[in-house]
Design a binder for this molecule. Structure first.
Ligand code: 3PG
Length: 307
């Protein structure tokens, strides 16, 4: 049986070595498709694969239709908005993610961007500190928890809004839960997004929420660019020249930001929240183990599509 690792943005070599060890020990062969340039290349590589490991690679209906032998696809990471779950279910393909495996890397990047901005991009001028500032976590899942741990070290006052998480869990993590999303945006000098991209969240962060942020506030987006209503956001940035935006992957209207909001934004050149050796190993190894265990015992833990 063949396991295909298809990564347009490859895992670190050490992660690939560990994935290979697990797959081969399970009695399967591993094929690598890295830095591919077209969806056709992906479709052709997946044609004889029994299992598939991807990162943010688009697994749409065309990929699933090409994958005649595919039984399982594992998104090595948290967000699975790149998988067409209906197409997977329609072809009896089990879809999984590996929640929590790359969370610390994402949180560290968020803090890296926050510090960089607080110190004016290390330009030698007077900056500001994180100590004593308010941080609002929009969602308190695996990344939110890592954010809270790091924020405690910096001496920030951390708040969180997440209707799906018991407030006790937030309190135990040293975080103050708030009852409404409006409250979170109103009190936070830094708001950090940790929501998935889905029907409910896409375009959900717009004028209504961003306008509530206090003077000099910073919005930090290591989640997905799709959750921002870019038109409304740009309009608020134009009205309020105190606001800043830090994001892991440029928005679609990046050129507008470059022309109008110089010095008030930072975009990573390529999505790199999970781009550490440690995160690659954690997520890649988890994906490989989930595949071996699925074939060995039918284990469907971390399945995200309907049977
Ligand atoms: C995730 O959802 O796990 C992150 O966005 C990481 O995505 P990546 O594997 O493409 O870096």
């Amino acid at each position: 049986m063949k396991v295909l690792v298809a990564t347009e943005k490859p895992f670190a070599t050490v992660a690939v070595t560990k994935i290979r060890e697990i797959v081969e020990k399970g009695g399967y062969s591993l094929t690598l498709l890295e830095k591919y340039k077209t969806p056709e290349e992906f479709c052709s590589a997946v044609a004889d694969a029994d299992a598939l490991i991807v990162r943010s690679d688009i697994v749409d209906a065309a990929v699933i239709a090409s994958a005649k032998r595919l039984k399982i696809v594992v998104r090595a990471g948290a967000g699975y908005d790149n998988l067409d779950l209906n197409a997977c279910t329609g072809s009896n393909v089990v879809a999984m993610n590996t929640p929590g495996q790359n969370s610390n890397a994402v949180a560290e990047l968020a803090f890296g961007m926050m510090l960089y901005t607080a110190r004016g991009g290390f330009d030698g001028e007077t900056g500001s500190e994180l100590l004593g500032k308010t941080l609002g976590l929009h969602a308190f899942g695996n990344v939110g928890k890592c954010m809270a741990r790091i924020a405690a070290g910096f001496g920030m006052k951390t708040y969180a809004f997440d209707p799906f998480v018991d407030k006790k869990i937030m309190i135990e993590a040293g975080v103050t839960p708030v009852d409404t999303i409006e409250q979170l945006y109103s009190i936070s000098q830094y708001v950090s997004l940790h929501i998935p991209a889905n029907d409910k969240t896409i375009n959900s962060i717009g004028e209504r929420l961003i306008s509530l942020m206090p003077p000099g506030a910073v919005l930090v987006n290591t989640a997905r660019k799709e959750v921002i209503n870019e038109v409304e956001f740009a309009a608020v940035m134009e009205k309020r020249n105190d606001l800043k935006y830090l994001t892991d992957i440029a928005p679609d209207n990046a050129e507008l930001f470059a022309s109008k909001f110089a010095g008030r934004y930072f975009f990573t050149p390529k999505k790199m929240g999970a781009q550490t050796e440690e995160a690659n190993v954690n997520a890649g190894v988890a994906a490989a183990r989930q595949i071996v265990s699925f074939f060995a015992t039918g284990d469907e833990t971390f399945r995200v599509n309907k049977p």
